[in-house]
Design a protein around this ligand. Structure first.
Ligand code: NAD
Length: 433
């Protein structure tokens, strides 16, 4: 293996938000390391990548190619607006059956959320009181940095990764004057500019400044602008985002290539969901839904590109809806209606009905994103980690340089495999077509 630091000591995983996704993630990891469940859906635990060609060809698991942290070495911590510990929160979320939580009850009870850096204006439907009161944005940063340092000291943790899987904040459009440079962003934080500095940006700043990779699992624009890229470069830390690619968008980014590969036309794609968990409640607020909508809409445009195939993809209508519907809780149901056209323009329809479980799909992504970000940091990789796009709905890209994100699931998979190969000292040997 080339120049990669070993995964020695404990890996601290600090999650922002102790809700449905993160408690499902933690419970699964704790149960798996007791041998009581299997981490199904996790690429780092199951997938095999080909290395070598011809007679030298072999298929290896990720940890046979690169040194990944072991599940036994993970130590969890969390911040949340509500004071419930991870056990109470896992029960409240009603994702997992009690019998799948009880065996790790003691470990979950010990995970008590630290007070959140929170601003009610960014998530109006939440009213918990486990928050840092009266802090300016800069004071939030300082408190979060102290939290990270304390966690490392108290738990004897060597490395930390910070993962945002908290509620979706209201949409913050990028403003060059504030988000265009690190100096401008720091000045805005010190001036307590609440309009342009979301609480999530304070978490990201604190993580990077403390030498921890930061992952944005919600659609927030937190690390999507030059000031954060500059900070990631300065601190030599990886960043990844945004928005876990779990249900409908996973299907979309895997299905759209079928249409594109067979040169069929598209006239419209309508996606709708019903969802009843707290995530759905927050997204019921139009300003919060806007953040999700922007993220979800971006998927098709770079797979079925009008400029490349004007006869097939000009002016297709793409619509995404999420409807809050409490009876379904975390068991989201998604419908996709796809209007395509074929030979001589004759129309056809495809319907997809996905009865999924949101947090069951998101938990393995949390694990993979955390382990691979930690790996990237140990390899000396910093800034936007494009190879992690595979896990994300709206991959980060440098739009100031005209970069177009890769949304095509199978191209993303090649990027992932090539990066693992390179970090393991093998050549990246698959072209991304
Ligand atoms: N489950 C999926 O398939 C999926 C896919 C993509 C993105 N996501 C995103 O993941 C996030 C988590 O989803 P969930 O179902 O676990 O939601 P959830 O509502 O169950 O949990 C989110 C938690 O974040 C907390 N929170 C909000 N703001 C906070 C802050 N500033 N600091 C600390 N804690 C804060 C809330 O109190 C809540 O407990 C959401 O943003 C969701 O959009 C989920």
């Amino acid at each position: 293996m080339a120049k990669v630091k070993k995964a020695e000591g404990k890996l601290g995983v600090m999650v922002v938000g102790l809700g449905a996704v993160t408690t499902t993630f933690m419970t699964g990891v704790l149960m798996a390391r007791k041998g009581l469940t299997k981490p199904v859906g996790s690429m780092t635990q199951y997938d095999k990548i080909r290395v070598g060609q011809g007679a030298d060809k072999q298929y290896l698991k990720y940890n046979e190619i690169v040194p990944l942290a072991d599940l036994n070495d993970i130590e969890f911590a969390a911040w949340d607006v509500y004071p419930a510990n991870a056990y109470e929160s896992a029960l409240n979320a009603e994702v997992l059956k009690e019998r799948d939580i009880e065996p790790v009850k003691d470990e979950l009870i010990a995970i008590r959320p630290l007070p959140a850096a929170f601003d009610h204006e960014y998530a109006k439907r939440l009213d918990g009181d486990n928050i840092m009161h009266g802090k300016t944005r800069w004071e939030m940063v300082e408190q979060l940095r102290e939290d990270i340092r304390n966690f490392k000291k108290e738990k004897g943790v060597d490395r930390v990764v910070v993962l945002w899987a908290a509620s979706t904040e209201v949409y913050v459009p990028v403003d060059e004057k504030v988000h265009g440079s690190l100096a401008a962003m720091e000045a805005a934080m010190k001036a307590d500019d609440r309009e342009h500095i979301a609480p999530s940006m304070c978490y990201a700043y604190a993580a990077l400044a403390e030498g921890a990779p930061f992952i944005m699992g919600a659609p927030n624009t937190t690390v999507d602008f030059p000031a954060m890229w500059e900070l990631a470069e300065k601190t030599r830390m990886p960043i990844a985002g945004k928005d876990f690619k779990t249900g409908q968008t996973l299907v979309k980014s895997g299905f759209a290539p079928i249409i594109g590969t067979r040169c069929l036309g598209l006239s419209g794609w309508f996606s709708t969901n019903i969802l009843g968990n707290r995530d759905g409640l927050v997204l019921d607020e139009p300003a919060n839904f806007r953040t999700k909508e922007v993220s979800k809409l971006s998927t098709l445009e770079s797979i079925l590109v009008p400029e490349e195939q004007p006869d097939l993809y000009t002016d297709y209508y793409h619509k995404v809806r999420i409807n809050y519907y409490p009876p379904r809780n975390d068991n989201k149901e998604g419908w996709d209606n796809i209007d395509i056209f074929g030979w001589m323009g004759y129309p056809m329809q495809i319907k997809i009905n996905f009865l999924c479980r949101d947090s069951i799909l998101a938990a393995p992504l949390c694990l993979d994103l955390v382990l691979l970000s930690d790996l990237a940091a140990r390899c000396g990789r910093y800034g936007t980690q494009e190879f992690l796009s595979f896990f994300l709905k709206s991959p980060m890209h440098d739009y100031t340089k005209g970069e177009v994100p890769v949304n095509h699931l199978f191209q993303q998979y090649v990027m992932l495999k090539n990066a693992i190969r390179e970090m393991g000292g093998y050549p990246a040997d698959e072209p991304i077509d």
